[in-house]
Ligand binder design. Structure first.
Ligand code: TMP
Length: 212
């Protein structure tokens, strides 16, 4: 019987550098002879990428908080059923840029929806799948804001609907992610992501090596 693959997710607020680190991890695992499936949330299937567009784009009819949650969950259910679960079953490793902790942080701590309900809803959407390792990249808000400004300048894009959430939304997110990590420290590793890309990568790789 094929051994089940390992499931690693990256989490963090905007501008924490997780997409870059997720890509580097997938490349490093492949260099070590591991077959890797890389994906992202929301997204990763045709339907889930369409839902991503609905969630991120500015619109005259933005989703209400509960509708937003259900869209994220629909995208996740599709991705787990059709992509992540079959890949793990086939022995591949899966690296995902965001997964269910983002819902707890953004819709729970950020929007104020009840955490215990979100946990159950996540279980329903994911058929109870959880990551084996979640790498939480933590950066102070000033550094995150600076990185987002640099990214916008380099790509000519502007902040999306969720990135633009005002007030202390982003501070609540950071606190939320840290509380989630403290409550599940066996699964979630917090990494200081304030250094340069190579420094952060060294820390990421060290935390993954024990799974090899
Ligand atoms: P990103 O992948 O470029 O960070 O964009 C995804 C956005 O969606 C980001 O603002 C975080 C947000 N998000 C949620 O609010 N809830 C979720 O469950 C997920 C997966 C993402």
């Amino acid at each position: 019987m094929t051994e089940r693959g390992t499931f690693i997710t990256f989490e963090g607020g905007e501008g924490c550098g997780k997409s870059t680190q997720a890509r580097r991890l997938a490349e490093a695992l492949e260099r070590n002879g591991i077959e890797v499936l890389s994906t992202r949330e929301p997204g990763g299937t045709v339907l889930s990428e369409k839902i991503r567009g609905l969630l991120k784009d500015e619109t005259e009819d933005p989703p209400c908080d509960r509708g937003e949650l259900l869209l994220f969950l629909a995208a996740r259910a599709q991705l787990v059923a059709n992509v992540i679960a079959p890949a793990l079953e086939a022995g591949k490793w899966v690296v995902s840029d965001r997964f269910r902790d983002s819902t707890l942080a953004y819709q729970g701590y950020g929007r104020g929806l009840p955490l215990d309900f979100l946990d159950q809803a996540n279980d329903f959407a994911c058929n109870s799948l959880k990551s084996d390792l979640t790498i939480l990249l933590d950066v102070p808000p000033e550094i995150a804001a600076e990185r987002m400004r640099a990214r916008e300048a380099a790509t000519g894009t502007s902040a999306d609907r969720i990135e633009l959430a005002g007030g202390d939304f982003h501070a609540r997110l950071r606190r939320g992610f840290m509380e989630l990590a403290a409550a599940d420290s066996g699964r979630v590793t917090v990494i200081d992501a304030s250094g340069n890309e190579d420094e952060v990568w060294e820390r990421v790789w060290k935390s993954v090596k024990r799974f090899l």
